[in-house]
Write a new protein. Structure first.
Length: 79
């Protein structure tokens, strides 16, 4: 019975350690250098920060979400 308890305890510790290391990916949208909003995907956690950072988008010209019809520089930074 002690062996079974130790095995269950070991699996529990591994599960807790594994889930605590993963982090959500927060992506921030900027328009002309101003922070517009932050998006967090609550359905996925990442163990490798580089996977999240790869979702970032380099600056490009596009339409503003704040001012209708205005063209702005849009950038998305994920971390």
């Amino acid at each position: 019975m002690k062996k079974v308890s130790l095995v269950v305890l070991g699996f529990s510790l591994v599960a807790i350690a594994g889930t605590s290391c993963a982090k959500y990916c927060n992506c921030t949208r900027y328009e002309d250098g101003k922070k517009i909003f932050v998006y967090t995907d609550k359905e996925a956690k990442f163990f490798e920060a580089s996977v999240c950072e790869d979702q970032s988008v380099k600056p490009y010209q596009g339409l503003s979400m704040v001012t209708e019809g205005k063209e702005v520089t849009i950038e998305v930074k994920c971390k």
